[in-house]
Design a protein around this ligand. Sequence first.
Ligand SMILES: [Zn+2]
Length: 296
Amino acid sequence: MNPLAEIRFHGVRGSAPSSGTDFVEFGGDTPSVEIVAGEARLFVDAGSGLKNVAVTQDFPEEFDLVLSHYHYDHLIGLPFFEPAWRINGRLRIFAPQFGDADPAAILNTLFSAPFCPVRLEDLRPRVEIISYRPGDTFHANGGALISTASVNHPGGCSAIRICLGEGDVVYASDAEVADDPDAAALADFAKGALLFIADAMNDDADALHRRGWGHSSWRDMLGVARAAGVRTTALFHHDPRRTDISLIALDAAAQGVDPSAFMVRQGARYRLHRCAEGPARRIAERGEAAPWRCSR
Ligand SMILES: [Zn+2]
């Protein structure tokens, strides 16, 4: 059976890139996720992981990027996005509008002196910046329907749901759900997703003294996943100081709570398959081994 999509994690670290021998297995680049569905290429967020995207022979002339918000760790990869320098065609950037701030003005400020040596207009494809408000729906390349929803994060942030026809991917980075009266709304938004990519910056101890920072613990996010009835939860936006040894321990702890959940490693690719009701069936795999199965 053909997979619905391939999900590629180019960056899984949060807040600031990490490097060194303690960060080899899980990687150090900040958030960027690619969804390949048929001929369509869709990127979600432009963290430093975006620099890991190579131009391949089958790379399309039109590709889309959806941004969740404007914090640096979700944008700093854009000037280093190889397809934007080598592909003639069109790059559409779907950019959220929070309050009265103009998304195009924000991006043009960030990509100008003295912050950056290049401007968006220097990129090779024609760049279109399309604003959306959290709560809007729109279509990406290949016809995928994208829906969005506001989440609890300083300055605003949007969760993003990508409808792939027979199963959805929900991306909820940078969302604080503990004590959030709207946490149930995120569970509603993620309802029944095949893959829930969720902020898990905090461990249990961090969560006690990071109230208001705009991030969640893996345990709180698994509560949302359970309420939403999602099939598999990919925990990411790892704390920049979280070492491989710590993440391996948290990976096991998360699977103790929800066997479908896992801490994502940078560079991992998952093939997303339809998941019928009933007994567990494989829905995603990393490479050709290590099949991931539904637990519900
Ligand atoms: Zn943020």
